[in-house]
Design a protein around this ligand. Structure first.
Ligand SMILES: CC(C)(COP(=O)(O)OP(=O)(O)OC[C@H]1O[C@@H](n2cnc3c(N)ncnc32)[C@H](O)[C@@H]1OP(=O)(O)O)[C@@H](O)C(=O)NCCC(=O)NCCS
Length: 180
């Protein structure tokens, strides 16, 4: 029997002759994702956070970048409480030896595309504005929202047009709350 065709959202990219596929996380990937996130951050805290978000049912979108060597990158979008359908982007991880080759950007763009397709209305992220600006994240757009993460590094991105509301109370998934 022929192998299953990639899903509609699966994307194959070439970079320096090295093919990288972006696809949904599968149950068999869990240990490899933990290893990639741990390697990217140099500690297991963020990888444990991914496991907890998944176990709690708060993971909405979890994508991996795969090449012949296995999983080389991962991104997770988790459910938030918000005045509209919103996701939090975090964490995003690329194997140290594969960083700065576009893998993180492709994972984020694929995740944002999926979020829009799935009807999510906005995405929030806490991170380096210099990095996240390129995807359309804007700190000014997040200023009306109440969150423990509010500040210059807290950004919002509107999917499918504009944010339905410019202000309101945000809550991250419990796994994030327990980190603080
Ligand atoms: C951050 C990370 C996911 C980016 O993925 P990547 O595949 O290396 O990045 P890309 O190739 O898509 O993009 C490279 C660009 O991002 C920039 N960049 C990478 N990390 C950055 C950071 N922490 N702050 C600002 N810019 C950063 C690079 O300077 C480069 O900029 P340029 O395009 O202007 O040259 C990856 O470096 C990583 O896993 N880092 C460790 C974990 C981490 O800090 N995650 C983010 C917080 S959740």
């Amino acid at each position: 029997m022929a192998a299953a065709a990639p899903g509609a959202e699966d994307e194959l990219q070439e970079e320096g002759g090295l093919a990288t596929l972006t696809r949904d996380e599968q149950p068999k990937d869990i240990a490899a994702i933990h290893a990639v996130v741990t390697a990217a951050f140099g500690q297991p805290a963020e990888a444990d956070l991914v496991d907890r978000l998944r176990a709690d049912g708060d993971s909405a979108i979890s994508l991996v970048a795969v090449d012949d060597s296995g999983i080389v990158g991962h991104v997770l979008f988790s459910k938030m409480s918000a005045p509209f359908r919103a996701l939090a982007l975090a964490p995003v991880s690329v194997m140290p030896e594969r960083q700065n080759a576009g893998i993180g950007s492709r994972l984020i763009r694929a995740g944002l595309k999926r979020a829009a397709t799935d009807g999510w209305e906005g995405v929030f992220v806490l991170g380096e504005p210099e990095y996240y600006r390129r995807f359309g994240f804007d700190a000014v757009l997040a200023t009306g929202f109440t969150s423990p993460y509010a500040g210059a590094y807290f950004m919002a991105l509107a999917l499918n047009g504009g944010l339905p509301m410019k202000a309101g109370k945000l809550g991250h998934a419990q796994a994030f709350v327990d980190l603080r």
